[in-house]
Design a protein. Structure first.
Length: 327
């Protein structure tokens, strides 16, 4: 398959819409990361997303819509869910909600579950694409399954060139972390994945705390134990790199070579925006210098730091090949 580059222009959007209506796949930027979009009502289009990413079919996809009204047409929204949508959409919040019986979403997009993960992205190009397409787009992160998410078009091409129909050449994303995912267990708000919207903001909007215990079953994207992984192995909470490690720092510390710093000033927003690009760069540096590990500095577990640590822990988790080697 020849993957074409699409421009951030009306012509580029029209070309993308044509691809999507024919059941093709297009990578487009959101405020969080690049998403790999396909018609969420078309089984073949959704199957192409899974095939391109090498993603397990039990892992549901986030469905992107243009506004709150379109979300309400697809899901059963409680008053609290509606209030969160009104407060934070467009933005980096995904709500897992009961799917309406009349919805024509592909069963593949929801992994056969009675719920759907849904959000309204806060990116001008994404909003224009959704508006022109006129329907929901299933759009997981535009990278090979389990690998580092894409925050630039070149990251998308690095993993998916020749596997998808097109990629928008639209520069880096703003937030740099995937969306926060929230569900409701009865009337209890439950955090399924920390992300670009701090959980503290959700709790403040609801006027009560959010249950942050990890979900036992995969009911939303980003819950696999090993995820977001570079090729090199990660050592977390490090005070500095060993002789066989690349350094990934945080905060105003002395420059340690070879290495990078997520935010020399200790700014969590900057660190979040840099996380995936720096993981990719550190991985490349490890390959260039012939080392096998990346030592990662401690990052505070408040605000966006909760999501940063979640991604780092999943990137450092044992991988499927580790289990296979132990057998």
């Amino acid at each position: 398959m020849n993957t074409i580059m699409l421009s951030d222009t009306p012509r580029g959007v029209r070309a993308a819409v044509g691809i999507l209506r024919q059941g093709g796949t297009v990578a487009f930027p959101t405020e969080t990361v690049y998403g790999l979009g396909g018609d969420a009502t078309n089984d073949q289009a959704v199957a192409r997303i899974f095939a391109a990413k090498g993603r397990p079919s039990f892992n549901p996809l986030i469905v992107h819509v243009s506004d709150l009204a379109q979300a309400e047409a697809i899901t059963e929204m409680s008053s609290e869910a509606r209030a969160l949508g009104a407060a934070f959409w467009p933005g980096p919040l995904t709500l897992v909600l009961p799917r309406r019986a009349a919805s024509d979403l592909s069963e593949l997009a929801t992994a056969g579950l009675p719920t759907v993960a849904i959000r309204v992205p806060d990116h001008d190009l994404a909003r224009r694409l959704l508006g022109e397409f006129g329907g929901p787009l299933a759009a997981p992160s535009a990278n090979l399954s389990g690998r580092v998410s894409a925050t630039r078009p070149e990251h998308v091409m690095d993993g998916l060139d020749g596997r998808i129909s097109g990629v928008f050449d639209a520069g880096p994303t703003r937030v740099g972390l995937e969306s926060t995912i929230l569900a409701f267990d009865g009337d209890i708000p439950v955090l399924l994945r920390p992300g670009g919207l701090p959980v503290e903001a959700i709790a403040e909007a609801l006027g009560r705390p959010v249950d942050t215990r990890a979900a036992r079953h995969i009911t939303a994207p980003g819950q696999l134990a090993s995820h977001y992984a570079p090729r090199a192995r990660l050592r977390l909470e490090a005070s500095g790199p060993g002789p066989d490690e690349v350094w990934l720092g945080f905060g105003p510390v002395s420059v340690l070579r070879p290495g990078l710093n997520l935010s020399p000033s200790g700014d969590l927003m900057e660190a979040a925006a840099n996380l995936f690009a720096h993981l990719r760069a550190a991985d490349a540096l490890a390959t260039e210098t012939g080392v096998r590990r990346i030592a990662v500095a401690s990052v505070p577990r408040t605000g966006l730091g909760l999501a940063i640590n979640d991604r780092l822990e999943r990137a450092a988790a044992p991988r499927p090949e580790d289990y296979a080697a132990a057998l």
